[in-house]
Design a protein around this ligand. Sequence first.
Ligand SMILES: Nc1ncnc2c1ncn2[C@@H]1O[C@H](COP(=O)(O)OP(=O)(O)OP(=O)(O)O)[C@@H](O)[C@H]1O
Ligand code: SF4
Ligand SMILES: [Mg+2]
Length: 347
Amino acid sequence: MTTPTQPDETDAFLSVTDLHVRFATEDGVVKAVDGLSFDLERGRTLGIVGESGSGKSVTNLTVLGLHDPRTTTVTGTIHLDGQELTGAPERTLERLRGNTMAMIFQDPLTALSPYYTVGRQIAEPYRKHTGASKRDARLRAIEMLDKVGIPNPRLRVDDYPHQFSGGMRQRTMIAMALVCDPDLLIADEPTTALDVTVQAQILDLLKELQQEFGSAIILITHDLGVVANTADDLLVMYAGRAVERGTVREVLRAPRHPYTWGLLGSMPRLSSAVDEPLNPIPGAPPSLLAPPPGCPFHPRCGYTAEVDGERCSGIRPALPEGRGAACHLGAERTRTLFTEQIKPRLG
Ligand SMILES: Nc1ncnc2c1ncn2[C@@H]1O[C@H](COP(=O)(O)OP(=O)(O)OP(=O)(O)O)[C@@H](O)[C@H]1O
Ligand code: SF4
Ligand SMILES: [Mg+2]
């Protein structure tokens, strides 16, 4: 158990360092997060991308303290505003959840209760965290519904979730998450279940609300198009590790990791013909019960021959601080490869 530390003015608002999350299962130990570090400042949005199973949700549920301590081992440090969260007592985490940090889940139908009105579901956490009266909490719920763009909020506040469309339910989730003005908002695939037009509206709404509330946002998504328009910084995850990081602009313009090249190559492009086949990354993500040694991407990587000897399968490449990629090719070689071979293919 880690001892809580005093706030340190040099720390980022959220600072995750060497985080490991392991699950004990009947088949063995799942290494869901394996040495992850990242920082996030207030007012900025960090996009986290990676294939299914790369550890995006587990990372963020761990930040919120929403893991089962009976089956989960967490090591490393999670500093939020100078406070250490790993090993913090449940009552501390409960107070922080909703108040200082909040989460928007992918599927509003599982997160919203069908038995309570949307107004009550927005008002309850507000009452719990601020001690406001029922009347004030109801007014706050109406105000929040208005902020997230629900028409006639005074009438709709008494509706049940099934009376709302998918987009309106997702807006309600955003209202619930923001009602206590959290400093950290984690949005896990907040728009995947929505059609493209509503997706764009919800992402615009998140950006607007961020400007108003000044929160730090973590946006988890499969979709590089979503981060391109919404995030400032980007973390690419593979097999529970960060393999590349930088500003969104840097990573999308000049990606340095072969896995990021694969993700970009598998993305549908607006300019392409509708029936143009995508180029999925060959192979499948590795088992986290027994991840490959060395670089976890090596069984799927087309560039191992560019690296001397058995380094890719034998030595784990480190992710440098700041802008960079965890790859033995090194910054210079990846830059040349990207410019000469990858970029022309991406078009
Ligand atoms: N409670 C658990 N017990 C055992 N394994 C788990 C548990 N929760 C998650 N995992 C495993 O941890 C890995 C990371 O899961 P996680 O949900 O973080 O992936 P993800 O990147 O969010 O994927 P997706 O894009 O599909 O949401 C997966 O292999 C998953 O099966
Ligand atoms: S370290 Fe080797 S296997 Fe891993 S991404 Fe770089 S070239 Fe590919
Ligand atoms: Mg997930």
